[in-house]
Design a protein around this ligand. Structure first.
Ligand code: ADP
Length: 528
C-alpha cells in the first residue's frame, strides 16, 4: 500500500518527532514506575519492621504488667502480720523482684521492712530513686500497676508499684524493686527469636547499649521504638540482618531497569536514524532521476533543432554555393553523430541498470582506435575553438577490448573536456604504456573539479556544482558509463584535478593478449 503523503518532508519529520517524543515519554513513565515500585517495596518493608518492633515492645510490656498483677495478688495490705511471709514468697517466686517495700505516704520510713540499722543503706539507696513525696498520689489509679524507671550513676532502677487502700481507708503503696539482671533475662528470652532475622539492641536516651550493641541510626532499614509505660527510659532498636543485600538488590534492580530503558531508547533512535538516512537517500535518488530526465531531454533537443534548421535550409534550396552546402551537411552529420552518441550512452546505461550488457571483445590497437576517434571528433572540437593534440607512444601492443565501448568512454571524456573548459580551449590526449596497462589520458586546462567532488563524479546521475553553476548541459551518466567500461576491461579510471587549473582523466586498460596470441613479453612493445 502506498500512502501519498509519506514522501513529504514535514510528515516524515513529524512522524520521527512523534516516535522520539513517545519513546522518551514511555521511557520516563517506565523509569518512574520502576522507581515507584521499588519505593513501595521499601515502604512495605519498613512498615512491616515498624509493626514487628511495636509487637515486641508490646509483648515485653504485657509480660511485665502480667508479672505485676501476679505480684499484686501475693501481698495483702490488710494483713501486716503476714507481710514477712508474703514478701518471702514473692522473692522466692521467679518474678524478678529484688525487694518489696510497703510504704505509707505520710511516713519517712517504710511500714515494711521495719526500719533498722541493717537496712539503713539499702533504704537510703531505694529512697534516692523512689521518694513517695515526689509522687503525685492523686493521679495514681488504685490497684493498677505503675512504674518507675530511672538511670542511676552506675545502673538502672526499675520498680512496679500499686496504690492500695486498707479496710480502714488508709492509703498504702506497695513497691516492688526489680532485679536488673532478671529484667535483662526477660528481655533476652523475649527477643531471642527476633535476633534470627534482625540485629537487635536496647539503648537508653544517651545511646548507651543496655542489651546488645547500639545500632547506627544511619542504617537504611533502621527502626526504633520506645517502651511506652514500663521500661520507658529505654528504646528497642532493630535493623534487618540482610539489609545490605536488600539495599544492593534494590540498587541492582534499578540499574537493570535503567539499562534496558536506555538500551531500547538507543535501539529505537538508531533504527530511526537508519530509516531517516534511507528516506533521504531515496529522496535524493528521486531528485537525481527527475533532473536526469529533464537534462537528457535538453541534450537531445539542441542537436535535433540544429539538424532540423540546417536540413530545412538545404531542402528549401536557398543555400548558395557548394562549400556552404557541404558545411551544412557536415553540421547535420556531426549533430546526428552527437545524438547517436547520446542515445548509445543512454541505451548502454539502461542496459547497465538492468544488468544486461553486451561485450564484443576483440584484438584492438588502442593507439589507432584513439587516433581515429580524435579525427572524427576534431572537426567538432576545432569548430568550438579548441586546439586538440594527440600523442601516441609508439609500439603499444594490441589488447583485447570492446572497440565501441572504449570509443564511447573516450568520447565521454572528450565531451566533458570541451564542456567544462571555459576560455582555455586546449585539450590533449595521450596514449601511453604504463606497467601492464595502456593508459588513455584526456587532459584539459578548464575549470577543474573541487576536491570534495572528485569521489562522487563517477556516481550515476551525479552532476558537479561547476556543471550546474555554469549552466552546462549534461545528464550525469557519462563518467558512470566510462567507469563501467574501465571495469569491464579489468581496468580503472582516475582523475587528477585542481580547481581553476584543469583536469586529467586517465582510463587504464590492462594489456591482455588475444586468446590466440602469446602473452606480451614484459615491457617489450609489440607492433601497433
Ligand atoms: P555530465 O553529464 O554532468 O557531464 P558526467 O558523468 O560526464 O556528467 O560528469 C559528472 C560531473 O563531473 C560533471 O557534472 C562535472 O561536474 C564533472 N566533470 C566531468 N568532467 C569534467 C572536466 N573535464 N572538467 C571539470 N569537471 C568535470
Amino acid at each position: 500500500m502506498r500512502i501519498p503523503f509519506t514522501h513529504s518532508s514535514p510528515v516524515i519529520f513529524l512522524a520521527i518527532g512523534l516516535i522520539v517524543v513517545s519513546t522518551a515519554a514511555l521511557s520516563f513513565v517506565s523509569y518512574h514506575y520502576t522507581v515507584g515500585r521499588e519505593n513501595l517495596a521499601e515502604t512495605t518493608l519498613v512498615q512491616s519492621n515498624i509493626k514487628l518492633a511495636q509487637q515486641y515492645v508490646d509483648r515485653i510490656e504485657q509480660r511485665i504488667v502480667d508479672n505485676d498483677l501476679i505480684l499484686d495478688d501475693m501481698i495483702d495490705v490488710n494483713e501486716p502480720a503476714r507481710w514477712p511471709e508474703m514478701v518471702e514468697a514473692v522473692k522466692a517466686a521467679d518474678l524478678n523482684v529484688d525487694q518489696v517495700y510497703i510504704l505509707s505516704p505520710d511516713s519517712n520510713y517504710p511500714l515494711f521492712p521495719s526500719y533498722s540499722h541493717e537496712i539503713r543503706n539499702q533504704w537510703g539507696a531505694f529512697r534516692a530513686s523512689f521518694n513517695v513525696r515526689d509522687l503525685d498520689l492523686g493521679r495514681l489509679v488504685p490497684d493498677q500497676p505503675h512504674h518507675l524507671h530511672m538511670e542511676r550513676p552506675n545502673n538502672y532502677f526499675f520498680a512496679s508499684y500499686f496504690l492500695k487502700e486498707t479496710r480502714e481507708g488508709k492509703p498504702i503503696l506497695v513497691c516492688y524493686q526489680m532485679n536488673f539482671d532478671a529484667i535483662l533475662g526477660l528481655l533476652d528470652r523475649r527477643l531471642r527469636d527476633l535476633e534470627d532475622r534482625f540485629y537487635v539492641s536496647i539503648v537508653d536516651f544517651e545511646n548507651n547499649g543496655i542489651y546488645g550493641h547500639p545500632i547506627s541510626r544511619d542504617s537504611k532499614y533502621f527502626f526504633e521504638r520506645r517502651f511506652p509505660t514500663t521500661l520507658y527510659k529505654w528504646i528497642l532498636q532493630i535493623v534487618p540482618r540482610n539489609y545490605t543485600e536488600l539495599e544492593l538488590g534494590v540498587r541492582n534492580q534499578r540499574r537493570t531497569s535503567l539499562f534496558f530503558i536506555i538500551l531500547s531508547m538507543l535501539l529505537i533512535f538508531f533504527s530511526l536514524a537508519i530509516i531517516y538516512i534511507g528516506w533521504r537517500h531515496d529522496r535524493q535518488l528521486r531528485q537525481l532521476k527527475e533532473d536526469f530526465i529533464s537534462n537528457v531531454s535538453h541534450e537531445l533537443k539542441t542537436p535535433l533543432s540544429l539538424i532540423r534548421m540546417f536540413s530545412e535550409m538545404l531542402v528549401s534550396g536557398r543555400v548558395q554555393g557548394e562549400s556552404k552546402r557541404a558545411e551544412y551537411t557536415r553540421v547535420i552529420h556531426n549533430e546526428s553523430e552527437r545524438m547517436s552518441r547520446l542515445i548509445n550512452n543512454l541505451l548502454d546505461f539502461a542496459g547497465l541498470s538492468r544488468g544486461v550488457e553486451q561485450k564484443h571483445f576483440e584484438r584492438v590497437d588502442l593507439g589507432s582506435l584513439v587516433a581515429n576517434a580524435i579525427e572524427a571528433y576534431r572537426y567538432e572540437a576545432e569548430k568550438a575553438g579548441f586546439r586538440m593534440e594527440l600523442h601516441v607512444e609508439p609500439g603499444i601492443p594490441d589488447t583485447r577490448a570492446d572497440r565501441s565501448a572504449v570509443t564511447m568512454a573516450l568520447f565521454n571524456l572528450l565531451d566533458n573536456s570541451i564542456k567544462y573548459s571555459g576560455d582555455r580551449k586546449e585539450v590533449e590526449v595521450r596514449v601511453e604504456r604504463t606497467d601492464g596497462d595502456v593508459s588513455l589520458a584526456v587532459i584539459d586546462k578548464g575549470q577543474g573539479i573541487p576536491h570534495s567532488e572528485q569521489d562522487k563524479i563517477f556516481d550515476q546521475f551525479y552532476r558537479g556544482s561547476g556543471a550546474s553553476v555554469h549552466g552546462v548541459r549534461g545528464s550525469g551518466i557519462g563518467l558512470a558509463i566510462t567507469r563501467h567500461v574501465a571495469r569491464m576491461h579489468g581496468g580503472s579510471i582516475s582523475v587528477e584535478s585542481e580547481p581553476g587549473e584543469g583536469s586529467v582523466f586517465t582510463l587504464r586498460i590492462p594489456i591482455r593478449p588475444a586468446p590466440d596470441d602469446p602473452a606480451p613479453a614484459g615491457g617489450t612493445p609489440e607492433a601497433g
